[in-house]
Design a protein around this ligand. Structure first.
Ligand code: TIU
Length: 223
């Protein structure tokens, strides 16, 4: 049975059987002090507003039996999957940056405390966790394969940060034929103006990359 989400630029019709909740990079490294976000000079309290709405959507998705997929940005301990260019620009001080040791372990390195998903949104065993070395969740991952195998056509997208990993992923998904609806209050940025403009860009020109709505509208669509 299809359902409808009130969204911009217009109503999105979707089938829950072919829909996934995609939660982008809700890792300690981005939303807690002492991680990568803070190492880059950002105030992490600005992105923490996304936690509660995402938790509501996660609870609803689990209750509804919706496919749930989590992503994590990060690198293997040997850093062989870290482009030198990314290492260089993610290194604000002489001792900081990706791979260096912070209060939550090595920054943005798989297996470290800071790299993992925050306890509030922790994945269940049957929820795929896609580890990605880039900003987009399709580059160098098996996300497309997982979505295809599960028959997914529509993505309800949450997570951080709106203008970096969320929109990069939405652009990648759009080109692969997925319909994406980005949840405004379940996404967040260290730069409020970037958050606002990123959402504007997605829904402009008749929904050039997809749709934008908020968590209450998504939850209403499943009632
Ligand atoms: N810096 C920033 O805004 N974001 C990232 O580096 N990664 C994600 O958005 N996950």
């Amino acid at each position: 049975m299809t359902r409808k989400i009130q969204a911009e630029p217009y109503e999105l019709v979707f089938d829950p059987k072919h829909t996934a909740l995609l939660i982008i990079d809700m890792q300690r490294d981005f939303v807690e002090p002492g991680g990568f976000g803070e190492a880059l000079g950002n105030d992490v309290t600005l992105v923490r507003t996304a936690i509660e709405p995402t938790k509501k959507l996660l609870d609803m998705a689990r209750h509804q039996g919706l496919c749930v997929i989590h992503t994590r940005e990060g690198h293997a301990p040997h850093l062989g999957d870290l482009p030198p260019t990314k290492a260089e620009r993610g290194r604000p001080g002489p001792d900081g940056g990706i791979g260096s040791v912070g209060p939550m372990g090595r920054i943005l390195v798989r297996g470290e405390k800071g790299h993992d998903i925050i306890p509030e949104l922790y994945p269940l065993n049957d929820e795929p966790v896609v580890d990605k070395p880039g900003k987009g969740a399709f580059w160098a991952t098996d996300l497309h394969l997982i979505l295809q195998n599960r028959g997914i056509k529509t993505l309800i997208v949450c997570g951080v940060t709106t203008e970096v990993c969320v929109t990069t992923t939405v652009r990648e998904a759009n080109d692969r034929g997925y319909e994406c609806v980005v949840v405004s209050d379940a996404t967040g940025s260290y730069f409020p103006e970037f958050h606002k403009m990123s959402l504007e860009m997605i829904k402009a020109q008749g929904g050039i990359f997809g749709w934008v709505t908020d968590s209450s509208e998504v939850i209403r669509a499943f009632r």
